[in-house]
Design a protein around this ligand. Sequence first.
Ligand code: PGA
Length: 242
Amino acid sequence: MARKCLIIGNWKMYKTGKEAKDFFATFLPLLKKEAPSVACAVPFTAIQSAENPTVLIGAQNMHDAEEGAFTGEISAKMLKDAGAEFVILGHSERRTLFHESNEFIQRKVERAVKAGIRVVLCVGETLQEREKGLTEKVLTTQLKECLHGISSLDLIDIAYEPMWAIGTGKTATPEIAQAAHQHCRSVIGSESTRILYGGSVKLDSIRSLIAQKDIDGALVGGASLDPAGFAELVNHIIGIKS
Ligand code: PGA
């Protein structure tokens, strides 16, 4: 089954609403017509100003409760109201810096799906886990626990992001990434679910990654912040996958 290629920019805690508007004013005219689908996960405060006709806009996190006394948190309903069409959940920075567990992430996934928001669920091993030969075990646990009880994967994309590759400049080789993606696919048992690669994706590495059979796109952090650079990266993979 053909899976449609998707490139997502993860802006993390960068860009105000005005900066988001300026980004798209430069980025959109540079995008070639044949370019694959593009999305940007922007800060909550930039969701509304980032709205544009071409690039899907989403958020980078949300709370699992429908509403309640959770100071500083944001709900699925609020994200929808602001115009977010998807949300990244379980990013390794959330897991590590904010101690999010698989159980908590699973509740968020459930809530987002119930609200009709697409989910990009991130999984990935640490360097230590890889060196101990635990990569497959870690990925299996993360996927099984975060997707527990989720009956349909229709609204879900997976992002394999080895923690040792995020923001470090160390990209996984296409072979390492393909093996991990293949493993993730066998765990979720779905040929139609997209699995994106993330971790120091750059212009010089994206083509060979995307060319792999089970890599359906990329989650791009640092290299998605500059409009000209990100457009070049997206245009660079035209023709590799539909
Ligand atoms: P990076 O970030 O491309 O800057 O490594 C990827 C991510 O954290 O999603």
